[in-house]
Design a protein around this ligand. Structure first.
Ligand code: NAP
Length: 285
């Protein structure tokens, strides 16, 4: 069974991005710049932001992190975003989710200039994805596709099942897999799906983004299937995916680990989107 190693793959993608930035720097006025917005003091979000800052620094993307207190108002967030939207020194804006209640994420995401929306979550970018038009793609699904490409695992003509339909992961992933670029035949499952196990057993490629530890058991997996575990749940003894790794590894032909699978790939796509936004702003695309 092949382990789809997101950690090593992401490191090689970062090395490629670093080379690309260095080769383009003489033609650009400045290095790529990412503005990171962190609202409140959620410990997991602070770890995620630190990891993103570190990855940016490694490839030569400058970051400026703006910290707002947990009691910040919706307007404080959207006001800061509108300032960053018109700041010529900023190529990308990353709003770290989740936001503390009662701030609503959707209006904040909609406030971001779509050309600086490096998380690919603005309705214009999600709309472009669903229409098959160019745009910034959501990082986690883009990371999944990049990992499959790295291992030359083609979904073309294959049956793909995606468990989860969130705007962040499941829905855009299903759209990407079924696009003309990838050509899978896709089923998207959710909490209303009848006989989920039977749907999953049809999959040549099974993708799961539910957030329930060991939710996908071996009886839900076809012999020889490729299984991509996007779920991450924090438990006392560390991070846990959606897949019962031990049992499923005896049936799958390829499987992503958690941690070290899609997590690092997601960050690599954030960097790739920031470089893309920077190139567009500098007429280098
Ligand atoms: P979410 O918004 O909570 O979506 C979960 C999805 O799972 C929903 O569509 C839900 O269906 C579905 N679901 C829940 N229970 C189910 C059941 N019993 N049967 C079938 N479907 C069920 O979560 P998310 O933001 O997509 O994230 C999902 C997981 O991915 C989380 O563990 C998150 O931490 C992880 N994640 C990882 C990365 C990464 O970089 N690796 C990035 C983002 C998210 P309904 O729509 O019917 O409610």
């Amino acid at each position: 069974m092949l382990i789809l190693d997101g950690k090593t793959t992401a490191a090689s993608l970062r090395a490629t991005l670093k080379k690309e930035i260095n080769s383009l720097l003489p033609d650009a006025e400045r290095a790529p710049n990412l503005a990171v917005l962190l609202v409140g003091d959620d410990p997991a979000s602070q770890v995620y932001v630190r990891n993103k800052e570190r990855a940016c620094a490694e490839v030569g993307i400058e970051t400026i992190t703006y910290r707002l207190p947990a009691h910040a108002k919706q307007m404080d967030v959207t006001h800061l975003i509108s300032q960053l939207n018109v700041d010529d020194g900023v190529d990308g804006i990353l709003l770290q989710l989740p936001l503390p209640a009662p701030i609503k994420a959707q209006p904040c995401l909609e406030a971001i200039n779509p050309h600086k929306d490096v998380d690919g979550l603005h309705p214009e970018n999600q709309g472009n994805l669903s229409l098959g038009l160019p745009g910034l793609r959501p990082c986690t699904p883009a990371g999944v596709i990049a990992l499959l490409r790295h291992y030359k695992l083609s979904v073309d003509g294959k049956k793909a099942v995606v468990v989860g339909r969130s705007n962040l992961v499941g829905r855009p992933l299903a759209l990407m897999l079924g696009s003309r670029d990838n050509n899978a035949t896709v089923t998207m499952c959710h909490s209303g799906t009848r006989n989920l196990a039977e749907e999953c057993r049809q999959a040549d490629f099974l993708f799961t983004a539910v957030g329930e530890p060991r939710f996908i058991t071996a009886d839900m997996v076809r012999e020889g299937a490729v299984v991509v575990d996007i779920g991450i749940t924090r438990q006392e003894n560390g991070l846990c995916g959606d897949v019962d790794f031990e049992a499923v590894s005896r049936k799958a032909s390829a499987l992503t680990p958690v941690p070290g699978g899609i997590g690092p790939m997601t960050i690599s796509q954030l960097l790739a989107n920031t470089v893309k936004a920077w190139k567009r702003r500098n007429g280098l695309l």
